[in-house]
Design a protein around this ligand. Structure first.
Ligand code: NAP
Length: 304
């Protein structure tokens, strides 16, 4: 056992997968859960997700030696403020949010002295949400990035052990670098997928039924990514604004260059460009990051 009592605040895809993975690895003696709505709490109770599901965040965090904020990024500050009075010295407070600088800004000021605040982010996910969507293998062979920002090394190592026990590889990063990396590998690609699905929807000459019928040509992968939770993604773009705008600007510039190459019939440029991108894809396959762990037949989406 790595922790005696883990409190999961939020019981969606990531928290429920953590609950399953912690059980698989026998990593926590007790898992206590809380979610905002009675409906989600009832589902979690019904499927036996945690040892206990309680009716307030404060009650969940009380007496826990690890508290995990697993809610949309925009909700974390208020929850941290609510649970702060019951966080005990020596306990660790972490999160799984897709953006790190904004979480540090929102949560940091509420962390009491003696509590180890170690933000984190597992790079794993699917387009499903809620307490039923989790599964034990979600984090297997995925990366979890911890952003210790000067936190106690023993506490960091203990949290890293938990993530390794749940199947993940652990890296550490500075929060701004994390946000930039994620803008490249996840946030901007999601925005592009949302846009492409929107374009198809708005195109009058091609009917929606044709889009659906012929979607296997590439569009289907965009629709899967664009099906991800709207609240979570709204918060990602509101809180990782600068890095996303930076990458989006670069994306638009490169798109214009490709657009020009198509217009000018510059096949050499297109071929060279596509050859370079193909090499990147091969690198991903070689690194074993092209497929997720088995997840009951669902097609894995990139983590946020
Ligand atoms: P999810 O499946 O949509 O679940 C969100 C959970 O947060 C639900 O239990 C929800 O409770 C609760 N919640 C929402 N707003 C709340 C509020 N204002 N106060 C208290 N609880 C609230 O979300 P998820 O995919 O697990 O994502 C959770 C976090 O992980 C997010 O910060 C996200 O950025 C990050 N993340 C997601 C992925 C991914 O691919 N999904 C990957 C890595 C990291 P109710 O159901 O009762 O509303």
């Amino acid at each position: 056992m790595i922790y005696e009592r883990v409190a999961l605040i939020g019981l969606g895809l990531i928290a429920s997968s953590m609950a399953h993975a912690m059980r698989r690895g026998q990593l926590a003696r007790e898992i206590v859960g809380y979610a905002r709505t009675a409906e989600t709490r009832d589902v979690a109770r019904g499927i036996g997700l945690c040892n206990r599901v309680v009716d307030s965040a404060r009650e969940a965090a009380d007496g826990a030696d690890l508290v995990v904020l697993a809610v949309p990024v925009g909700a974390m500050g208020a929850l941290a403020e609510e649970i702060a009075p019951v966080l005990r010295p020596g306990a660790t407070l972490t999160d799984v949010g897709s953006v790190k600088r904004a979480v540090i800004g929102a949560v940091g000021p509420h962390v009491p002295d003696g509590v180890h605040f170690i933000p984190g982010h597992p790079l794993a996910g699917t387009e499903y949400s809620g307490p039923r969507s989790g599964f034990a293998t979600l984090f297997d062979n995925r990366w979890c990035i911890l952003v210790p920002d000067g936190a106690d090394r023993q506490a960091v190592e203990r949290l890293a052990q938990l993530w390794r026990g749940m199947g993940a590889n652990v890296d550490e990063m500075d929060p701004d670098h994390h946000d930039l990396v994620l803008a490249v590998v996840s946030h901007t690609p999601h925005l592009i997928a949302y846009t492409m699905v929107g374009v198809a929807d708005h195109l009058e000459q091609v009917s929606n039924s044709e889009v659906i019928k012929y979607s296997a040509s590439g569009f289907r992968d965009f629709t899967r990514i664009a099906a991800s939770d709207p609240t979570m993604w709204r918060d990602v773009f509101l809180t990782n604004r600068d890095a996303t705008l930076d990458i989006l600007g670069r994306f638009t510039e490169e798109l214009f260059v490709l657009q020009r190459a198509i217009r000018m019939g510059d096949g050499q440029h297109l071929h060279d460009y596509f050859s370079k991108t193909r090499a990147i894809r091969r690198g991903i396959v070689e690194a074993g990051q092209d497929t997720a762990a088995p997840n009951f037949g669902r097609v894995p989406a990139p983590g946020a």
